[in-house]
Design a protein around this ligand. Structure first.
Ligand code: MLC
Ligand code: AMP
Length: 509
């Protein structure tokens, strides 16, 4: 057996091939046997399209059983799966395609106008589509071809996936993730969260980020578990599925939205074993209110695209609010000062990690890769935190001004560059402000040449350039941006003077 992750997963679910794997709420369920077989047909179609081992396959499709089978198909043939957020505009997709040079782009049948052209301009050889009902040109080809039942031999160091993520400056970079990274992280989570034979995963996350794609689905596949497979997070649909599920993985917004449902209660959660939260800080108020309402203590964990999941609160033992728990088996985590020396317990510093889940580096970017790793192999996460004497980690912030909104990372620089190009805008500063639903929300502070540019015009100018979730939810016009003596914009001032901008009116002072 090679280290191909497909084999690892297949070996785990092989004893339950005829059990239900994906159970969508409105259409028929799909067994493990069906999804594995579908992946073999899709693999044949990708090979016919010219994909060879090591090629990137860029995929921007809606969540569906076929989307999961396509991921497995890429693993099978040794291609590098590169999922893209469906909210990305053609401009944004163009950047990813030019940078990653995939051999195939799989889009939605109803893809935005111009995507085909963008892909052709980026030099992508094959353009295919995949819909949510088994439709699209990739699905059609798959049906007409004999299955590719083999699995390409891969080593732990070979790439399985590439996911884009941004730094403080510059453009998004492709994080190169290996078969070994994914397999070790999946096994560590399976063990840490005590995955059980009868677990049923409630899945309402998108499948283009590590949380929904790797963390959630790999655990389910290792356990041969059934997945309540919802197309998106909808509180009513989640509540309807809770009595059939045992584990929910979500971003904090899932939990605050469930709590906003007045009649959501303990009885609805009676069948649940575990509620897990990650991707953004779980507010202590939500942690406490959820425990009070449901009797369940949410288990918070911490991870990154580049590293997989790093730490977790314990399954048995204290799950402490405001902390992300202990390093997973195999993960080393330290908190260091600016010089790289270990901080005293409970003193804030930079979180650095090392372990088998840590990625191989940034695609075509050896300088950035070198800059983010220390000589002893520790990766600088960019997160600030503390480490208690017993090793428990708590995060207190980030060294960059990255915004996490509803679990999506948003980079102020990217939005500022777009804003500054709008005619009539002199300069801009983008910050994250506390938001009751998204945790943080994007706010823009703009200095205008004349007062004639309106926020509606600015919003229109961003259409088609930036995914909608990156658009400022509030625009403030200022005569000048606050600057320090060095001339640097004081974003902390903008944040502290506007902390309650998104609070409901009755909560504002
Ligand atoms: C949607 N919108 C958002 C948004 N999501 N705005 C800000 N932040 C977000 N996260 C906007 C849309 O652009 C749209 O705006 C409007 O909200 C309605 O869109 P929607 O698609 O109907 O939104 P909704 O279904 O309510 O989605 C909210 C959400 C979703 C929180 C359920 O964003 C979500 O599923 N987030 C999970 C993200 C995730 O998986 N992160 C994991 C990253 S991996 P308009 O203006 O067009 O009306 C990672 C590592 C780790 O971080 O540790 O896990
Ligand atoms: P991403 O680049 O999308 O993988 O996001 C990774 C970042 O999400 C981390 O560097 C953290 O800043 C943040 N993150 C993930 N989990 C948590 C958590 N439980 N609490 C606070 N921040 C988190």
């Amino acid at each position: 057996m090679s280290d191909n992750l497909f084999e690892t997963l297949h070996t785990s679910f092989a004893p339950v091939l005829d059990e239900t794997f994906l159970r969508p709420p409105t259409e028929r369920s799909h067994s493990y046997r069906e999804i594995a077989a579908r992946s073999a047909h899709l693999a044949a179609a990708l090979l016919e399209a010219g994909t060879i081992v090591g090629d990137r396959v860029a995929v921007q499709v809606d969540k569906s059983p076929d989307a999961i089978a396509t991921y497995l198909a890429c693993l099978r043939i040794g291609a590098v799966y590169m999922p893209l957020n469906v909210a990305y505009t053609a401009d944004e997709v163009g950047y990813y395609l030019r940078d990653a040079t995939p051999s195939v782009f799989v889009g939605r049948p109803q893809s935005q106008a111009g995507l085909g052209e963008v892909a052709r301009e980026a030099g992508v050889a094959s353009l295919l589509t995949l819909g949510i009902e088994g439709d699209g040109s990739l699905a059609q080809r798959a049906e007409s071809l004999p299955p590719y039942d083999d699995v390409a031999p891969r080593s732990n160091a070979d790439l399985a996936a590439m996911l884009y993520t941004s730094g403080t400056t510059g453009k998004p970079k492709g994080a190169m993730i290996t078969h070994g990274n994914l397999a070790t992280n999946a096994r560590a989570l399976f063990e840490t969260w005590g995955w059980q034979a009868n677990d049923v995963l409630l899945h309402a996350l998108p499948v283009f980020h590590v949380h929904g794609l790797f963390v959630a689905l790999h655990c389910a596949m290792l356990g041969g578990s059934t997945v309540e497979f919802l197309p998106r997070f909808d509180p009513a649909a989640v509540r309807a599925a809770l009595p059939r599920a045992t584990v929910l993985m979500g971003v904090p917004t899932f939990y605050s939205r469930l709590l906003a449902e007045r009649d959501f209660d303990r009885a609805e959660c009676a069948h649940m074993r575990l509620f897990i939260s990650g991707s953004a800080p779980l507010p202590e108020t939500v942690f406490r209110a959820f425990a009070e309402r449901t009797g369940h203590t949410v288990l918070e964990r911490y991870g990154m695209t580049e590293t997989g999941i790093l730490t977790s609160n314990p399954l048995s033992g204290d799950r402490i609010e405001g902390t992300v728990g202990y390093p997973l088996p195999g993960v080393e985590a330290r908190v260091v000062d600016e010089a790289g020396a270990p901080c005293a317990p409970s003193t804030t510093g930079s979180v650095e990690v090392r372990g088998p889940g840590v990625f191989r580096g940034y695609w075509n970017n050896p300088e950035k890769t070198k800059a983010e790793f220390r000589a002893d192999g520790f990766f600088r996460t960019g997160d600030l935190g503390t480490r208690a004497a017993d090793g428990r980690i708590a995060l207190v912030g980030r060294s960059s001004d990255m915004i996490i909104s509803g679990g999506y990372n948003v980079y102020p620089k990217e939005i500022e560059l777009s804003l500054d190009e709008v005619p009539g805008v002199t300069e801009s500063a983008v910050v994250g402000l506390p938001h009751p639903d998204f945790g943080e929300a994007v706010a823009a502070f703009i200095v205008r040449e004349t007062a004639t540019v309106t926020d509606a015009e600015i919003s229109r100018a961003l259409e088609g350039r930036l995914a909608r979730f990156k658009h400022p939810k509030r625009i403030f016009f200022l005569d000048a941006l606050p600057r320090n003596a060095m001339g640097k914009i004081q974003k902390a001032v903008l944040r502290s003077e506007n902390t309650s901008a998104f609070e409901p009116d009755e909560k504002k002072a």
